[in-house]
Each structure stands twice: as structure tokens, then as C-alpha cells.
Design a protein around this ligand. Structure first.
Ligand code: MF3
Ligand code: CO
Length: 241
């Protein structure tokens, strides 16, 4: 899980560096696929439920599952990258949102930082003694205090030999419910946050999920290991610059 996580995180960082004005989303996909294969891993998403690419690239009002293609990234776009790597039978799954070029406004920057921090607020509860819903409760609290909303239709998940395992990990809800958290669990915690309201719809390609109100959305995900103390992040993020 550590090795898979390291490859997935490096793929995320590579994709983030490539998310600049003038690049196409397809170029990012191809580079990430080559990178993952060069590490003797497999891009987990490719062919998963017939998904046609190795990365999800979700721009602006696209929340998740954007399919890479001919779209040319523009200055100020917010670009969510979601990527998985399967190595030696185990999966690392992670995501992050990047700003291409110069941010259009402070709200875009705030949306990214609130979304990332909401993950860290959530995983404060990813330790023995808490239950699964404590994570989402903390995510929701932090996101809403900051004036944004949490996507309800998609959730985090257990991760291991396959990408989606039990339990489901919603990013909202009341505390104190769901499975008890125990040492050794590996979880993918992934807040998806809209600057406006949370309802979403899927485009006719069957994948692309957008906010109904057209507001920008961000995503931040790491695969983590529950320990006796603080969780260990398996998809170790690159330091912020
Ligand atoms: N990374 C997503 C998740 O966290 C899954 C991507 S869907 C796929 O659950 F089909 F593209 F793989
Ligand atoms: Co995931």
C-alpha cells in the first residue's frame, strides 16, 4: 500500500505540474499513464467500469470524473486531478485541485485551501475510538463554516486490493455512526467541495459530474492507514509551494 501510494502521489504531482495554460487534458493523461507504467504499476482507473483514461481531469465546475481530451487549459482554470496506481496487487488513490497560471479571484484560492484543509480536519478522527461518520462530520463542519458546500452524491471509501472497498465514507452527516475505526484500516478520504450549492448532475458522456449551479468545485484525496496514533498518509503529498 505504501509503494502504490507513493507512485499515485508522484503521478498526482506530475499531473499538477502539467496543468498549465496551453496544455491539453489528454497530454496530462498520456504523461501520467507512461509515468505509472514506468514504475511497473498499472493506472487503476483505466478500464475501471469502462472508464477510458488513466486520470480524471475535472476543470472548473466539473467536480469529478472529467475525461481527458482535447480541452486546452486556460489561465485561471481550477484543475482537479484524480489518479490511482495499482502496484503488486494494491491500490493507491489520490486527488488534488490545482490552479493553472494565475487565480481568477480569491474565492478560487480559498476553495482549494478549504477543500485541502477539510481533509485534514476529517482525518483527525481516523483513529481508534472514533467511527466512520466522525470523519465526514468534521469535513462538513469545516467546509460549511467557510461558506462552501460538500458534495453529497459521491463519497470516500475503503481502499486496498481493489480501489473501492467498504466502508463508504461520506463527507457529511452526524457524528458517532458507522463502523468503528480500527488500526490497520486503509481508507481513501476525499472531500469534494462546491463554491456554490452541492447538487450535481452527470453529463451525457456518462462520467463528467458538474455542479448544477455551475459553481466551481474542488477535490482533495489521500489514501491513509489507520494506526494507534495519527493516521499515516500513504499517498504522501508534495510540499505546497
Ligand atoms: N478516484 C475515484 C475515487 O476516488 C475513482 C475514479 S473513477 C474511475 O473513487 F472510473 F475513473 F476510475
Ligand atoms: Co477515491
Amino acid at each position: 500500500m505504501r509503494q502504490a501510494g507513493r507512485i499515485a502521489a508522484a503521478a498526482r504531482a506530475l499531473a499538477g505540474k502539467m496543468a498549465v495554460p496551453g496544455a491539453t487534458t489528454q497530454e496530462i493523461d498520456k504523461a501520467v499513464e507512461s509515468f505509472i507504467r514506468s514504475k511497473h504499476a498499472y493506472p487503476t482507473f483505466l478500464g475501471y467500469n469502462d472508464y477510458p483514461a488513466s486520470v480524471c481531469v475535472s476543470v472548473n465546475e466539473v467536480v469529478i470524473h472529467g475525461i481527458p481530451g482535447k480541452y486546452v487549459i486556460k489561465d485561471g482554470d481550477i484543475v482537479s486531478i484524480d489518479v490511482g496506481a495499482t502496484y503488486d496487487g494494491f491500490v493507491g488513490d489520490c486527488a488534488a485541485t490545482f490552479i493553472a497560471g494565475n487565480a481568477k479571484n480569491d474565492e478560487a484560492r480559498k476553495l482549494l485551501s478549504v477543500t485541502r484543509q477539510s481533509f485534514y480536519e476529517g482525518i483527525k478522527y481516523a483513529r481508534p475510538g472514533y467511527r466512520i461518520s466522525d470523519i465526514g462530520h468534521a469535513v462538513q463542519e469545516y467546509v460549511e463554516v467557510n461558506g462552501f458546500s460538500v458534495i453529497r452524491d459521491y463519497v470516500g471509501h475503503g481502499v486496498g486490493a481493489v480501489m473501492h472497498e467498504e466502508p463508504e465514507i461520506p463527507n457529511y452527516g452526524i457524528a458517532g455512526h458507522g463502523a468503528r475505526i480500527v488500526r490497520g484500516m486503509t481508507l481513501a478520504v476525499e472531500p469534494m467541495v462546491a463554491a456554490g450549492d452541492w447538487p450535481v448532475r452527470t453529463l451525457r458522456d456518462g462520467w463528467t459530474v458538474v455542479t448544477k449551479d455551475g459553481s466551481m468545485a474542488a477535490h482533495y484525496e489521500n489514501s491513509i492507514l489507520v494506526t494507534d496514533g495519527e493516521p499515516e498518509i500513504l499517498t504522501v503529498p508534495e510540499p505546497e509551494v
